[in-house]
Design a protein around this ligand. Sequence first.
Ligand code: COA
Ligand code: AMP
Length: 630
Amino acid sequence: MGYQETYKSWQEDPEGFWMQAAEAIDWIKKPSKALDDSNAPMYQWYSDGVMNTCYNALDRHIEAGHGDRVAIIHDSPMTHSSHEITYTELRDRVASLAGALRAKGVEKGDRVIIYMPMVPEAVEAMLACARIGAVHSVVFGGFAATELATRIDDAKPKAIIAASCGLEPGRVIHYKPLIDEAIEIADHKPEFCVIFQREQEVAEMTARDVDWHAFQFGVEPAACVPVKGSDPLYVLYTSGTTGQPKGVVRPNGGHAVALHWTMKNIYNVKPGEVFWAASDVGWVVGHSYIAYGPLLAGATTIVFEGKPVGTPDAGTFWRVIEQHKVVSFFTAPTAFRAIKRVDPEGEFVKKYDLSSLKALFLAGERADSDTIIWAQNQLGVPVIDHWWQTETGYSIAAIPMGLEALPVKLGSPGVPMPGYEVQALGDDGHPVKAGEMGAIAIKLPLPPGTLSGLWNAEDRYKSAYLEAFPGYYETGDAGMIDEDGYLYIMARTDDVINVAGHRLSTGAMEEVLSSHPDVAECAVIGVADALKGQLPLGFLCLTAGVNRDEADVVAECVKLVRAKIGPVAAFKLACVVERLPKTRSGKVLRGTMAKIADGLAWKMPATIDDPEVLAEIALALRRMGFAEPK
Ligand code: COA
Ligand code: AMP
């Protein structure tokens, strides 16, 4: 069946479509129905089905005779190592860890925070939680202690599983002191921390800590615990408009069904083939396509610890594809921009045999045409931009390569996937005409595998997503749909920005900047950047009477954001202004500021982080009568 027929079959009978998709998963008790709308608009999927995600990701492949197949390849240019873990080995390691967690009192429904770099143990920790029905919450390693503390207080974990350190080019990230600081700051105190000691840094243990290996010794491995389809598998925090992140809740059943469907139909990956998502387990891409998706499909996944350039060179991605015979590759456009910048002629690409590769998938931010064309020319395979969010867990729009290789349109992440009825809505809440801009919204209910709500925040879920357009889920993206049904995602409608494929809240940065004693008022906007897509740029109004060197205040503010949110915020640009441009009602005109800044940056040959460009921006804002530099 091609795309049109498949989409139509879902439209005509969504219940039948999702019940059939559910056949691909092993259930302990089959669900009697797919959609449970008894508590609408809080929808659930497969709520009376009983299953276990870890069983579906590991045990069932072993029982089917594929235990010797490679489940995970860990490739780490950071540690100059590469090794493979078979499905049987992975199952045994996961069962042992799960048993040890249970022996220390972690039960079904308990939360466990995972704070780990790109090591297989991160995926093992996720699966171990899934095995015993505990709810994991992975926190990205580039976040600071305060951000971790916020998540600890919201998720109230019984335990934290962490590595002693992470590795960034040229420096070791000391995870353990960061965790200790976060626990110190948080009101909620986890009962214990499991520390995986890496060779690069052995952390000092406290009375609360247990060693990853030692605490598993002599413990009975855990079997898979049956959970309901609607029971949560994980909570993943993502940026919203405020400093309080949103805890996206992902239930077990729909997640397994939907991800399994996507592996074959979107990514065209078969059991035993190698799929690689060069992301991080701390992001949704890592959850869905480093950990769960490939394993649910019985494929091989790559856990890659490195960067597209500099570890050691711009050929790393191609080396990994050749060495491990990657069939389908997924990353963010920013990674390709980084490679293109140092290897515009593709000299490194030519050195490697990429014949295994069938398609490249890009997501996480808007893919610019230059990058897509460069990738197409270099790799000679279809380059598929696809659009999704932490909330949905997989793509809303894509080119489903396993179903039908529809034509790619530059600038468009493709067509809606079955399960998603997507509309561009006008201010009146009605769909706009083809080709016109609107707020992109999805008709409720969202399909299986999407969020069931926000952790302990049902009202926030409703107000953030469901209230603006009754009957729809508001994506927070603006864009249009053309006459062929292709989507175009142009910008966010809220204060979320996308830096190097990482979703960040300018509101959260403003909260931190406002806490500086010399800052009376501030605004952070996202400005276009040739490498990272967007970069945050701060405007600071100083408190009356403060007469310090502006450069010192700016430097302190940059340091403060790094300390409070983390290096991942990439907040390095700020300037002091007399006042902020505002509407009569006092709303800061962020959009106008961003337009001026972007316009200037693009006109100039330098990048936005050039001090001259920054000075020009401040000057232009002053000329517009918006903001007077001191
Ligand atoms: N732990 C600790 N620090 C981290 C980190 C982690 N896991 N990940 C990133 N950081 C740090 C970086 O070292 C950097 O610190 P610096 O300011 O001291 O240089 C800072 O956070 C910003 O990181 P980033 O924006 O990622 O910049 P970068 O220069 O390290 O790398 C890219 C840029 C484009 C190479 C990289 O972002 C990338 O490969 N992105 C695409 C893949 C991806 O992860 N996409 C996510 C969704 S698909
Ligand atoms: P995240 O939740 O981190 O995956 O970020 C989701 C947001 O990233 C979306 O709401 C979009 O704003 C943006 N995004 C993700 N993929 C794309 C894409 N293919 N094209 C344009 N924007 C994208």
